[in-house]
Design a protein around this ligand. Structure first.
Ligand code: PMP
Length: 448
């Protein structure tokens, strides 16, 4: 490794970082992480903190998961790459599709299409949705519906269904035919509705209304996160997803759950679909599938898709990535799945999630800067920060950045995204680690 001065000097100068401006990377240099152990990370100056972000919602089993590391190195030694394009396959990808079919059987999903990450998975699901309708003789079903505040990655299709202007405006015009429904976001919504159950009904009614307006026969799919993640951890009322499922079903619209964050245990259930008791037609997954150690993803497919595509020579999939079914990614995913099941991570995710959620709620009593605390479903927790509780005026960026920095100096990496402080640590977090995160946030708020 080059010395610390070299790395610090060249970081912002030569590398454009995602989700920030090149100038900002120079003015507010990011933490340069050079080491890790368990659920903690160490920066280039030797400062070690508990990682409250869990990498980027993906390092569910922490940084020291030896079985996944071994699987990667073993696979690298044996077969570092082979494609799964027509005429070829590899053993790791086949084995993984077998394991995933079993894992997602309760979600009604029994086929896998492999990708290189979350955005790829979303893009794959959107494309296969259009093809599904063409195969079934409804070529006019091309539009997509999604929730405002939703995040579906950064490809052109994903950006088009994203529900946050920050990820859209600079890249417009996006895909035509994408329409957005109000999110079941109790803290702020156009209906001024504060009751989660009534809000869920209003959002579901808005969905029905949009479908009627567009014409059901023009809509291919609805894509939705079971709990909105990057938008600030927005869990809907438990009635919402079943209502959406039912509305899609009645209108011939495919339902895609974007579970790039929620699949594999983060919510305290094995998938977001299972958390809400629904079966999607497709599920986009990535991130924790390999514990973040290798870029990889899987779109899981349900009966409707299987029926339309299998035993049909016309159903040629004109889509795929060089790294679809990458053997090293597949080997990592196999080890990761085995470890995820062996540790039964959903139990700890639920317990530690409750601890963080309760701890953040307790902080709300102490600090007016906290406008809303959201969570209660596993290790997805957010604090929405405001500069005025009465008017809900969002916090300014400098104050939010200071909270983050002081928390970091006090022992925890946390993520600030807009007005939201987001916690998404490893699912193997201990009670003590969770307490460290809470104490660090407390210190951050105390400082401002
Ligand atoms: N969908 C959701 C719900 C996500 O949270 C993300 C990433 N945070 C993506 C898609 C995109 O995944 P990736 O960054 O791996 O492309």
């Amino acid at each position: 490794m080059k010395d610390s001065n070299f790395l610090k000097e060249n970081n912002g100068r030569l590398m454009w970082h995602p989700m920030t401006s090149p100038q900002d990377s120079i003015d507010s240099p990011p933490k340069i992480i050079t080491g890790s152990s368990g659920v903690s990370i160490t920066d280039i100056d030797g400062h070690t903190v508990v990682d409250g972000v869990g990498g980027l919602w993906n390092v569910n089993l922490g940084y020291s998961c030896q079985p996944v590391k071994d699987a990667i190195t073993d696979q690298l030694a044996r077969l570092p790459y082979y494609s799964t394009f027509r005429g070829a396959s590899n053993d790791a990808a086949i084995e993984l599709s077998y394991e995933l079919s079993a894992f997602f059987a309760p979600d009604g999903l029994s086929r896998a299409f492999f990708t290189s990450g979350g955005s790829d998975s979303v893009e794959t699901a959107l494309r296969l949705a259009r093809q599904y309708h063409k195969l079934r003789g409804e070529p006019g079903r091309v539009k997509f519906l999604s929730l405002k505040k939703g995040y579906h990655g950064t490809h052109m299709g994903g950006a088009s269904v994203n529900g946050n202007a920050n990820f859209r405006t600079a890249y417009e015009p996006l895909l035509p035919g994408c329409y957005h429904i109000p999110a079941p976001y109790t803290y702020r919504n156009p209906f001024n509705e504060t009751d989660p159950e009534r809000l869920a009904q209003l959002c579901a009614a808005a969905l029905e209304d949009e479908i009627a307006f567009q014409g059901p026969s023009t809509i291919a799919a609805m894509i939705m996160e079971p709990i909105l993640g990057a938008g600030g951890v927005i869990p809907p009322h438990k009635s919402f997803a079943p209502m959406v499922r039912d509305i899609c079903e009645r209108n011939g619209i495919l339902l895609i759950t974007d579970e790039v964050i929620t699949a594999y245990g983060r919510t305290g259930a094995w998938s977001g679909a299972r958390l809400w008791g629904i079966q999607p037609d497709m599920m986009a997954t990535a991130k924790a599938i390999t514990n973040g150690y290798f870029p990889f993803g899987a779109v899981m497919l349900g009966d409707k898709m299987i029926e339309a595509f299998e035993d049909n020579p016309a159903a040629r999939i004109g889509h795929g990535y060089t790294y679809s079914g990458h053997p090293v990614g597949a080997a990592a995913a196999l080890a990761c799945l085995a470890e995820t099941k062996r540790l039964n991570v959903i139990e700890n995710a639920a317990a530690r999630g409750d601890q963080l959620y309760a701890g953040c709620k307790a902080l709300m009593e102490k600090y007016d800067i906290i406008g809303d605390v959201r969570g209660g479903h596993g290790l997805m927790t957010a604090i929405e920060m405001v500069s005025d509780r009465a008017t809900k005026k969002p916090i300014d960026a400098d104050t939010a950045a200071k909270v983050q920095e002081v928390a970091y100096q006090s022992g925890a990496m946390i993520r600030v995204s807009g007005p939201n402080l987001i916690l998404s640590p490893a699912l193997i977090l201990s009670e003590q680690d969770a307490a460290t995160i809470l104490a660090a946030i407390d210190a951050g708020f105390a400082a401002v």
